[in-house]
Design a protein around this ligand. Structure first.
Ligand code: FAD
Length: 367
């Protein structure tokens, strides 16, 4: 006998928003996740009062008032503004590239001075038809910014030389001729006070959930329990890798607790140099302006992905896109399975985009 209207596979933001909205409309949902906790990649682990972003630093930002109001139903947001800094050859630079960065690079004090250096460098080192990431970056920003703040960081991130990476990885490079270190341009930004788990708990209130449960270990039995499945896991796994694996880039996180109040003075510090094996250090307490006597830092090491590791960033080359399109065609023919979220759509989504996508899919489904 079917007990549920929807079996939601995956308790990440997509699954939770879908289940919340369906439940509001009187549907009965069961949410399962193979991890020992809810929340997917936005999950926070509390270490003596500090919320650790366990799967990488998460900063909420959006231009969409509707999405901002939606998340604010579940948690109050603080006024955190993401202003990362980057260390390169022993010097510290502000990000994103702005008048502070240009002053630190060249001592320029006016937009005209900075613009003329960038334009001259683009003319000298750029080209009309960039064939790889290096040529693309040189054509967008010139040599100094590229070599100081982009090249080695990007090579570490993708595990490949910039000349071997496709140009499309960098579509635009945000350049600001103002003294503005706010990384995002969006109207709304912040961190939920008390961490992202508050949002997840609010979304899942009153909904049956099971953790440590892998859908594929009991696919048939699970499928028979509900009229429809909302699947937010990996689409290639759903089809038993029929067309082969979709590839990802992975990350390894190394957490250290330090008995000092303030380690680096900022939540996010990037490390550009190739000799440093990690790309950034996150000091989580600064996301919530913590005043604890201790701190926790996380070093983020980019890694080659294998099927046993967490899949973080889709590798969006033509080989993977062709494979994904084959899976997508199969998914479109399913009448009882709804695919959604970053793993089922093989797409990098920010949180506000995932929420918008889940709201749209659940609306279509229930209307
Ligand atoms: P997920 O959160 O991955 O949830 C999918 C869930 O499905 C997981 O919990 C998984 O365990 C479960 N699952 C998979 N297969 C099975 C199975 N077989 N059985 C049971 N359960 C299963 N966005 C921002 O807006 N701002 C940021 O600053 C930001 N930073 C990021 C940093 C990193 C390092 C990464 C990787 C992403 C970042 N994002 C950020 C994006 C954000 O994490 C995603 O938009 C969001 O978490 C995606 O939600 P989801 O539900 O699609 O996927």
């Amino acid at each position: 006998m079917q007990k549920y209207d929807y079996l939601v596979v995956g308790a990440g933001l997509f699954g939770c928003v879908f289940a919340h909205e369906a439940t509001k409309k009187g549907k009965k949902c069961l949410v399962i996740d193979k991890r020992p906790h809810l929340g997917g990649n936005v999950y926070c682990e509390n270490v003596d009062g500090i919320n650790i972003h366990k799967y990488g630093a998460h900063i909420f930002h959006t231009n969409d008032k509707h999405i901002w109001d939606y998340v604010n139903q579940f948690a109050e947001f603080n006024n955190y503004i993401n202003s990362p800094v980057s260390i390169s050859k022993g010097k510290l630079y502000n990000l994103p590239f702005n008048m502070n960065t240009f002053y630190q690079l060249w001592g320029t004090k006016t937009p005209e001075e900075a613009k003329s250096i960038i334009e001259r460098q683009i003319k000298t080192y750029g080209c009309e038809d960039p064939k790889n990431l290096e040529e693309q970056a040189l054509s967008l920003i010139g040599k100094d910014v590229y070599e100081t703040l982009i090249k080695e960081y990007t090579e570490k991130q993708w595990g490949k030389k910039a000349t071997e990476l496709p140009a499309f990885i960098i579509k635009r490079l945000p350049v600001r001729y103002t003294f503005n270190n706010n990384y995002f341009n969006d109207k709304y930004q912040g961190i939920p006070i008390g961490g992202y788990n508050k949002i997840i708990d609010g979304l899942l209130e009153g909904i049956e959930v099971k953790t440590n449960v892998d859908f594929f270990e009991n696919k048939n039995a699970f499928s028979q329990q509900a009229d429809k499945i909302v699947f937010t896991g990996k689409i290639d796994e759903f089809y038993n890798y029929k067309f082969g694996n979709l590839e990802y880039r992975s990350l390894r996180f190394e957490n250290t607790r330090l008995e000092k109040e303030n380690y680096q003075g900022n939540a996010v510090v990037n490390y550009n140099d190739a000799e440093v094996p990690y790309t950034r250090i996150i000091e989580h307490k600064h996301f919530e302006f913590g005043k604890q006597a201790h701190t926790v830092i996380t070093k983020e090491f980019p890694e080659q992905w294998t099927t046993k590791k967490e899949a973080y960033y889709p590798i969006n080359n033509s080989k993977n896109q062709e494979k994904y399109q084959q899976y997508k065609i199969m998914a479109q023919q399913e009448s009882n399975v709804i695919f959604g979220g970053r793993l089922a759509e093989y797409k990098y989504y920010d949180m506000h985009q995932i929420i918008a996508s889940a709201l749209q899919k659940v609306k279509k489904e229930l209307n």
